[in-house]
Design a protein around this ligand. Structure first.
Ligand code: C2O
Ligand code: CU
Ligand code: CU
Length: 576
């Protein structure tokens, strides 16, 4: 017996570090009203002593936790020091479209993007990550992600743990795939390496008292079903957009990619020195959810790599808690209630919309029901198109339906929403707070209600998309404008078709704009907007073909907004 144990350990030591435990990394914090983030290249060893190329904000991997107070006017200076363009999206923030960091706010290598805005969201856990067109998964996987903690005066009145890194911990949970050269791999189902805050096989010393954990699923596609190894209960206190109406006693919290949850665990129930794991009970995930034992609702489709991934459908450990001495003046109680969350009333809705998820069977056949590419309302993401136009201040109900065989976490920018119902039933307690991501399982119908307040912009769109990063990059994303129709006379006149062609693109010196179906005498207006959303040029013409000199313009991305007979068309042009 002894020698078997010894050789087992020798084997483990040589082959992998799976039995070693590493202290959980706690990201540094940035606070105040000016935040400087530098997107950097790095190197880290995740697998033995092999080097893996990484990206990070202000470091090798992941980024600092931003601490922001509601009501503050903040500036974020994001410098791109890597060799490809990126964007930084403030996931969950209610900000103007030009400050949102979606695909249209491109940060070219060597440049700095500096959005300034007022922090309007209530206290909660948010995150920031890249959102470049077809680049999100590769950049997030390589390490670009960070947590944001927003605080406000309401949350401050509750007796909750809020000492960062002492009784209030960020937990960015991710599964990663590596290729044979120890580089991060994407667009496969081989994400077998688990990490929390970038630490493999982590442990965390937790004080023997009430501790707050901020869970973020920052994976590319895997859903986690969090629970404690002894199945004991904890309190779910917050979802994506802030505190629930009251703590909810449960022993599971399921998070799909992009979702957050805040939980309280009372470690005073354990003796000092107890080691207890936070696990994912993936065996309990219904099929169709990535991470469950099978995707697809039919046996005729297979998914390459999925069934050989040993994490799918099994329960596994994520983080070991080591119960340690309590701190001075610990939090020892759980609040009974918080400020009530009052959903908007369905009768007040101005607009009902449906978003339908389907496979692009034209290109992928039956296999497309699990592999994609997937469409939303039969269309794929197009940088230059607007899919939906919302009127400022409208209350809208969106109905999401999924006729694919995979669950998709639906995410929308700008606003937070209340779930009205899932398959006709009222949402369970964990979905009764403010949300910005909701998992829509195969054949599910989910309805939510929201109001599009504060910000309108007739040109710069927000995104809605699937938060499985591979699906998003593959085009499972749409755009919406919020427009103030009382000040701008464009509404249903915005067109989505190609009535104009701009070439060459990319260009070095000049651009030709040709109107394809227009009459020569028609009045055409051309405006050019830079990536900051500023109008830098405009002209009018009656010609069907004009040439613009761009020689003196800085290299970058420009949106050409063309108005023709009251219609508006946006085109992206890259100046080299
Ligand atoms: Cu977390 Cu549009 O993204
Ligand atoms: Cu977002
Ligand atoms: Cu999806």
């Amino acid at each position: 017996m002894k020698s078997i144990i010894r050789s087992f350990f020798v084997f483990c030591f040589l082959s992998t570090n799976v039995f070693s435990q590493n202290a959980l990394f706690i990201p540094d914090t940035l606070s105040g009203t000016t935040f400087n983030l530098d997107v950097q290249n790095g190197i880290r060893q995740f697998i033995g002593s092999n080097n893996t190329p990484t990206y990070g904000y202000n470091g090798n991997f992941l980024g600092p936790t931003l601490l922001i107070n509601k009501g503050d006017s903040i500036t974020l200076n994001v410098t791109n020091s890597i060799s490809q363009s990126t964007t930084v999206h403030w996931h969950g923030f209610h900000v103007a479209a030009m400050n949102d960091g979606g695909p249209h706010q491109i940060i070219l290598p060597g440049t700095t993007w500096s959005p300034s805005f007022k922090m309007r969201n209530e206290a909660s856990t948010f995150w920031y990550h890249p959102h470049g067109e077809a680049k999100t998964e590769v950049q997030v996987s390589k390490g670009l992600a960070g947590m944001i903690i927003v605080r406000d005066s309401t949350e401050a009145t509750y007796a909750l743990p809020r000492k960062y890194g002492i009784d209030d911990f960020p937990l960015i949970v991710q599964s990663k795939a590596f290729d044979v050269l120890y580089q991060f791999a994407v667009a496969n189902h081989e994400d077998t390496v688990l990490m929390v805050n970038g630490t493999r096989d982590p442990y965390l010393q937790v004080p023997q008292q009430v501790v707050r954990l901020r869970l973020l699923n920052g994976s590319s596609d895997r859903t986690f079903n969090f629970g404690l190894a002894d199945n004991s209960n904890f309190y779910l206190i917050g979802s994506d957009g802030g505190l629930l109406s009251a703590p909810y006693l449960t022993n599971r919290v399921r998070l799909s990619t992009g979702e957050r949850a805040e939980i309280l665990i009372d470690f005073s129930a354990y003796t000092l020195g107890t080691q207890i794991y936070l696990k994912s009970y993936a065996s309990e995930l219904p099929r169709g959810i990535i991470g469950a034992d099978s995707v697809g609702t039919s046996t005729i489709v297979i998914q390459e790599g999925y069934y050989s991934n040993f994490l799918n459908g099994v329960d596994f450990d994520l983080l070991r808690f080591d119960v340690s001495p309590a701190t001075a003046s610990p939090v020892t109680t759980i609040p009974l209630t918080f400020n009530p969350k009052v959903p908007l009333l369905e009768v007040n809705a101005d607009v009902n919309r449906s978003i339908h998820f389907s496979p692009d069977t034209a290109t992928s056949g039956i296999q497309g029901y699990v592999d994609g590419p997937f469409l939303m309302n039969d269309s794929s993401f197009n940088f230059d198109s607007i899919n939906i136009i919302v009127n400022l201040n409208d209350i809208e109900i969106w109905q999401l339906t999924n006729s694919t065989m995979v669950a998709h976490p639906f995410h929308i920018h700008d606003i937070e929403f209340y779930v009205l119902d899932i398959n006709g039933l009222p949402p369970p307690p964990e979905y009764q707070g403010l949300k910005d991501v909701i998992l829509v399982k195969p054949n599910d119908t989910v309805r939510f209600i929201t109001q599009f307040t504060t910000f309108s912009d007739p040109m710069v769109p927000y995104m809605y998309h699937c938060h499985l990063l591979h699906h998003e990059d593959d085009g499972m994303m749409g755009t919406f404008l919020v427009i103030d129709s009382t000040t701008i006379g464009i509404n249903e006149n915005i067109v989505f078709d190609d009535a104009v062609s701009l070439f060459p693109n990319p260009t070095k010196n000049n651009i030709t704009i040709e109107f394809l179906n227009a009459v020569n005498s028609d009045q055409k207006k051309i405006s050019v907007i830079n990536i900051l959303g500023e109008k830098i040029y405009s002209t009018q013409t009656t010609e069907n073909k004009i040439k613009l000199d761009m020689e003196k313009w800085a290299p970058g991305v420009y949106v050409f907004q063309i108005q023709l007979e009251g219609k508006v068309i946006n085109k992206k042009i890259i100046k080299q």
